[in-house]
Design a protein around this ligand. Sequence first.
Ligand code: AMP
Length: 451
Amino acid sequence: MSRGRSSGSVTARGYRTRQDAGGRYTPRMPPRITAPRGARDLLPEQGEAWTRLEAIARDLSRRYAFDRLDTPLFERVELFARGLGETSDAVEKEMFRVSGAAGSEEERAEWALRPEPTAGIVRAFVEHGMHVRPGPLRVWMLGPMFRYDRPQAGRYRQFTQWDVEVLGDPGPMVDVELVELAHRFYALAGVRGVVAHLNSIGDAECRPRFRRALLDYFGSHEDRLTDDSRRRLRVNPLRVLDDRDLDADLAANAPRSLDHLCHACREHFSTVRSLLDAMGLAYRLDHRLVRGLDYYTRTTFEFFVAGREGQQQALGGGGRYDGLVELLGGRPTPGIGFGIGLDRVLLAGEEQGIPPAVSDPLIVVVSADPGAMVDRLRVASVLREAGLRVRPDGSTRRLGKQLESASKVGAHWAVIVGDELQRDAVVLRDLSTGHQEEVELAGLAEAIGSR
Ligand code: AMP
């Protein structure tokens, strides 16, 4: 490379270098690597609020008697294609495919990161023969899902769902139990004004009639459909109702699934509604709520903050899928479940100005003696044993500096380890008032706890 023409170069480790006026190459910072588009880092300041949501999900799972079931983050593409339907957006456009190491047999395997949890859970149900277990199976899961969608506010390529599923319970009571559970989650999370949208899309018996009616209706208005809807009309007419850009008038006058339900589906839905009423759970009938996935039958529901009911604003959704287990090779078993998007619940909380979750008080252990490392660790250990939240300062800076940084990181207390330790005591300093006093080590945790 000639000196005159180039102003930079790249070293073997990828570090860019710059040529200075004297012709010497000086190292520059390596190029920054950023998070993949549509995926987020959970930053420490959001950690407490997130942990709180997870804790609510875990606690409610326990209280509603769900058992934990975890499935792999990736599964065969075939599972989603069969379970969700080849024509669902999740399969057709949003699949995050993964492959094995180059040259391996798995390199060619057709795998995808899970776009939703139900297909994997039902696969596990069939694979482990869980139908022989007594009683309906009630399971929960909490973890990331992946959809290769266009990222925007509230829509990520990796997001987290709390999911519950019940297999082997035909309802209708459990349908209402799940709606109530979701409402309780939002209430505990502090999100106000959540409304449930509700619909029934029938079953194998009556859905064909509804399909036919949609085909006729939208077929005669094809010129008013988006390109996407024209395509949907051919492969799955229900999904035209799902089209974000569907003409509002056309949607308002479209055939309604509730008018096409067979007797059994009508009865089921009518009981769901009267149980919701009796439980004082308000809902809004939503005729366009067909859910994007092929496997849903009968009851479908989604949750929104009232007034913010756009498609990308659902805080959770779910429904019944009585045909899915059979579709995935199991015996006919009814199923129902929901997924709640924790990322969106967190956003809704922030928008509503829910006060940030507060952590337990923080204690920093400091010492003027740079050599007193073991003492600091021991004192921290005693306090942690008592359940307190502690970080020891391992630096050799002056005591004043250590106390200053303890205040900066938001500590409430400083425990100063010094000569007092010879009589099994330390100095406890209240960082907000500056007041400090000698406290016996044996009673330290209690002394902090009592203030
Ligand atoms: P769905 O099965 O698509 O109804 O998803 C269930 C819930 O997961 C939704 O109601 C959202 O709260 C959440 N969710 C779905 N897709 C995304 C996404 N791309 N980004 C963030 N949250 C999502």
